[in-house]
Design a protein around this ligand. Structure first.
Ligand SMILES: NC(=O)c1ccc[n+]([C@@H]2O[C@H](COP(=O)([O-])OP(=O)(O)OC[C@H]3O[C@@H](n4cnc5c(N)ncnc54)[C@H](O)[C@@H]3O)[C@@H](O)[C@H]2O)c1
Ligand SMILES: [Zn+2]
Length: 388
């Protein structure tokens, strides 16, 4: 692959930073920290899966650049995202006498990024941290924007802080070892960016999906770059999710509800978001906000990415209840993000009555779904082969 380095600035005043996107970047990660810290101590937080692929090369690069790295290896998976884990990370930092200028490096997916960012936000009231995301979800979404935190037994991401990294260093070559399921789930967030902000990007995804699924270098780099640009742009306009940043929640109202109904053990996040992208477009069409053609294009792209677009058999009541528990509820109202056309969305509350009517008409017993298949059967189309 020809080495192409892309730099995407995230403009947040004194908290501004760069996203550096470069194939093979991991080998030079140590050199890239020089401008970011004066302390030799670097804590490398990672999980066992990621450590088996990338920890040694990262440590080598850090040592070569004169750093004294301390690896902190956590168990993989969402269940690690707890306050208990934060306590353990803080314990290591204190025992190794980390100081105000010592840096934490998050080497892994969104789970590791969220944990590391939160630990960095609260250790000595804030030490620098750098994101080195290794999943597609983390490279296009979770590493950018400064949302950090952990889950509570009563809710996902219930505890956390807005805390920006000093840099996001993306090596797209790390995606080559990512399990196929995780890779495809990340594409749901990518498709979301096209729908909320960029019709040309959506058309690019329609055109290039087969090449993207084969992990072809150029389209994958474009996917990461454009996604980061859109996220950086939205976050720069609304760092703390007061208004515009809410558009990033498109697909997540129904998506989160489905994820929580499965007890976070069924669908993984991106898979639930893929369904949410299609179902929320369908609901928007029912509300008269967009044309049927918009729903059809979204459904077709989601299917071609190998994602499911159907809600499995469930009743309206539990879904509505789960939607109410979402953080997007303001004053008891569920605030949704609705496509108007590809590349443009609008934010407005949903009424229970309208949502129930829509649900009955599309998912009710004996009804045909808009795509013509019977409701209740998840139509997971995974015929496309993906190289890993
Ligand atoms: N902070 C935010 O703005 C934000 C946004 C979206 C999601 N999130 C959070 O991100 C988390 C999900 O992140 P995720 O999807 O990256 O999951 P993850 O971090 O659990 O990673 C998924 C799996 O892939 C493995 N893995 C990671 N990189 C790999 C690689 N290169 N090769 C092989 N295996 C690899 C991990 O060990 C793990 O088993 C959730 O907790 C979610 O709440 C946060
Ligand atoms: Zn998401």
């Amino acid at each position: 692959m020809a080495v192409v380095k892309q730099i995407i600035p995230v403009a947040l005043g004194e908290r501004s930073y760069d996203i550096v996107l470069c194939p093979g970047l991991l080998a030079t990660v140590g050199d890239r920290l020089r401008a970011l810290t004066t302390s030799p101590k670097v804590g490398v937080v990672t999980d066992r899966h990621v450590a088996s692929h990338y920890l040694q090369s990262t440590l080598r690069s850090l040592r070569k650049a004169g750093y004294d790295p301390t690896p902190i290896i956590l168990p993989p998976g969402e269940r690690t995202k707890t306050l208990g884990t934060i306590a353990k990370v803080l314990d290591v930092l204190a025992r190794h006498k980390f100081e105000r200028q010592s840096l934490l490096l998050a080497l892994g997916g969104g789970v590791i990024g969220d944990i590391t960012g939160f630990a960095a936000a609260i250790y000595q009231r804030g030490i620098p941290f750098v994101q080195v995301p290794t999943t597609l979800v983390a490279q296009v979404d979770s590493s950018v924007g400064g949302k950090t935190g952990v889950d509570h037994r009563l809710g996902k991401n219930l505890i956390g802080a807005f805390y920006q990294p000093r840099a996001v260093l993306i090596d797209p070559l790390t995606l080559r070892t990512l399990p196929r399921r995780e890779w495809i789930a990340g594409l749901a967030e990518v498709i979301k960016y096209g729908i909320i902000a960029d019709k040309e990007f959506f058309a690019f995804l329609e055109q290039e999906m087969p090449a993207i699924l084969k992990l072809a270098d150029e389209p994958v780099i474009h996917v990461i770059k454009r996604s980061c640009e859109i996220k950086a742009d939205v976050v720069a306009g609304d760092e703390r999710e007061a208004d515009r940043r809410r558009i990033l929640n498109y697909g997540h109202t129904i998506g989160h509800a489905l994820e929580s109904l499965g007890g976070y053990r069924g669908l993984i996040h991106g898979e639930a978001v893929g369904i949410g992208l299609v179902q929320e477009a369908d609901l928007a069409c029912h509300m008269g906000l967009c044309a049927r053609e918009v729903v059809d294009r979204i459904r077709s792209l989601v299917q071609r990415a190998g994602l499911s677009e159907q809600v499995s058999r469930t009743a309206f009541g539990p879904i509505w209840k789960a939607m109410q528990h979402d953080k997007k509820v303001v004053g008891g109202q569920v605030i949704g993000v609705w496509p108007v056309r590809i590349g443009e969305v609008t934010i407005r509350p949903i009424e229970q009555q309208i949502c129930a009517e829509w649900f009955q008409s599309t998912h009710g017993r004996g009804r045909k779904t808009p795509s013509g298949s019977r409701p209740g059967k998840p139509s997971i189309r995974r015929k496309t082969r993906v190289r890993k």
